[in-house]
Design a protein around this ligand. Sequence first.
Ligand code: HEM
Length: 408
Amino acid sequence: MARECFESNSATTSGRPESQVADILFEGHELAFSKYGPRWKNLRRAAHRLLSNDASRAHLPIQRAESSSMMYDILEDPRNIYKHIQRYAVSVALSVAFGDRCPTSDDPMIEELFQMNRQLDKLVGPGGHPPVEVFGFLAYIPERWASWKESCRSLRARQQKYFLNLVDRCLDRMSSNKLNGSFMEYLLEHGAEYEIDREKAYYLGMSFITGGSDTTADYLQFFVLCMLENPAVLAKAQQEIDDVVGHENIPELEDLENLPYLRAVISELHRYRPVAPIGIPHAATVDTMVGGYLIPKGSMIIMNTWAIGRRKELFDDPEKFLPERFLTSEFGLKPGADTTGFRDTPFAFGGGRRVCPASYLASNSIALNAMNLLWAFGFNLPKDPNTGLSIPLDTNDTTDVVSHARKY
Ligand code: HEM
């Protein structure tokens, strides 16, 4: 049914629901919230130039260097692994999009970005603002009684300051002939080919940084938690790395091909802890029939990734973290389950025409870091200095639009 809805009917189910918050914040220029139509197509075409499978391979040296830097940070300061993972995620997105980076985990740019992301999650998430899209008159309530408007205005100002500053740094480099081949340099020069004005180019950079920071960091933070929670899985994955990669050389992306158990761990984590548990809601752009039901034009359509991964008809023991299921069947499904609609890209990346454009870049980040972490480190819970006992970590998530690992 999900496939029929998002893929067979992708021409009419790739819209985004009406959102006054998104209209105020982005005026239709940000990719993830842009309405389905010519502007979205141009933004998506530009994103493809940066994030296609081939283009993503060109970002591997950046990912390798940032991953090595993250491992050094963890070695020096293991207690702050959560922050070091955040730095990795932000720095890779910044490098590929703006040709900039965050060298240290205490860089104020990181904290500011994650604070803005949280504010955005809250504003667009359930209950974040009154139902102005349903009861249009609510939009006319003056700002002094409608705090969501003030929140939108302050977030917009923060985002503009943050991302225009990154564009300015890029322009400075361009004017002093210190080009570093970043995507933003290209977009500022060639934006006309995608009908993207110079003044609006920062919105697409924002899409990449906002879309790529929390998601990548959360996946890797959950990965660490999951390894701590499942010592048998950890031992098996580390044994496999030792056997295949050995101790002399640091893992390379190509090694993944020979690491079937780790590939299964990665797929199982996408199922067990999808970082976007309800994706980003789609909307029907015209009346659409799916499975005999009418989805009227304008209806919000949610791909409930979390629930799909927990369907008992599809997965044995869906509440358990069992990578082995992906060794016995391609999509981790139980024997006899209907495989229609399952494909190579995990459903955690969404579906149809709006599927995450960065799934290759993100998957490379996940694979490289998972291999490196398992290869380089032992995973142990922190110890209470007074009692010497292990301090358990809170493995629950805090779910906004993106599901976050609690700080550890
Ligand atoms: C673990 C990592 C990631 C996951 C699980 C993930 C997941 C998703 C999901 C579920 C969607 C919504 C798809 C839909 O509407 O059906 C999405 C959209 C998007 N993602 Fe990702 N993502 C990840 C990493 C990234 C990265 C690294 C970037 C950028 C560098 C990125 C940029 C975007 C953008 C721009 C969109 C909006 C696409 C559109 O509306 O056309 N994502 N992602």
